[in-house]
Design a protein around this ligand. Sequence first.
Ligand code: FDA
Length: 328
Amino acid sequence: MALGRTLILKTSALKPVESLVRKSFLFRPLVRRFIAGDTLEESLKASRDLLDRGLRVSLDYLGENTANEAEALAAKKTYLEMLDRISEVPQVKKFVDEFGASYTAEKRNGTNVEPLNISIKLTQCGMDQGFDFAEANYRSVLERARAGSNFVRVDMEASDYTERTLKMIDTVRHEFPNTGTVLQSYLMRNDADVQTIIDWQIRVRLVKGAYLEPAAVAFPEKSKVDEQYIIQAKKLLREAHYPAIATQDESIITALNQFVAEEKIPKQNFEYQMLYGIRRDLQDSLVKEGFNVRIYVPFGDSWYPYFTRRLAERPANMLFIAKSMFKG
Ligand code: FDA
């Protein structure tokens, strides 16, 4: 399984493969399943449908590793527009009326957490062009979010960026309590990072990790990653401030549901998160059981790297494409 994942990630990085996938209509249905649309408008429509189903949303404007400052500034402009448009959504207006326009971290939990926030990438804010440049862009986004009582999650990217991402969060976290980040259980360093986030008491999303990493920094065996994930999730559920447990792994969710029941951890103290287009049945059943569930909704035309990470997580998705080929 891990071999299939590595193979898909390596193959998809080849330029001719990218060009084939981008052009071929065969991949379209699968792209549409994972990505809410090319435009902000389409992603807001998908978000409203999810909110109507009792879910919460984090909007993600696809794109990473800007090639120059102009690209990063354009991405920042889109982030700001997303926040402006989000504040017009009826459920968001109602939330702000009820809980106030200022973001108070201590008070955020499942009973008063923002319905629709955003997730951003620091390499889309211009990290490759310079730390200070990216920080200035990130701060502008945080200011706009704070004005709308909203929250900005910084996604975690490949391990080359882990240290810089945590440093950036540490630089802004006192001034902006309306931000948090993501930690990846496949990284060998992650136990220490979990402790850091607990010490900081900022919101964290725990994921298994989606990038192609060398065996020197990330556990190659899936069973080891799953084991680490459960241990770290339990620690965060006990000690962190409103953690997000982000997985589609039903056996892990079942184990954690049992854990929170035994430990008497209130359901409003954390949220589950899942990706758009994956395990809709599980999303709905968790909402019915009274858990907070947030869906990560990506949009935009730079969908290729995100899409290949989703294919690699479940090589069986390739069967879907093979079936379409034979049907056609
Ligand atoms: P796992 O991969 O073991 O899958 C468990 C089960 O879930 C599968 O058996 C299948 O049923 C279902 N499933 C999982 N992926 C599927 C897919 N693509 N298609 C169909 N079914 C699938 N990573 C990262 O490095 N940085 C980040 O910032 C984020 N952010 C993020 C946000 C949110 C809300 C989620 C849910 C995930 C991320 N990730 C991420 C991705 C994460 O690291 C991980 O790659 C995926 O969540 C897949 O891992 P699972 O925990 O679902 O388990």
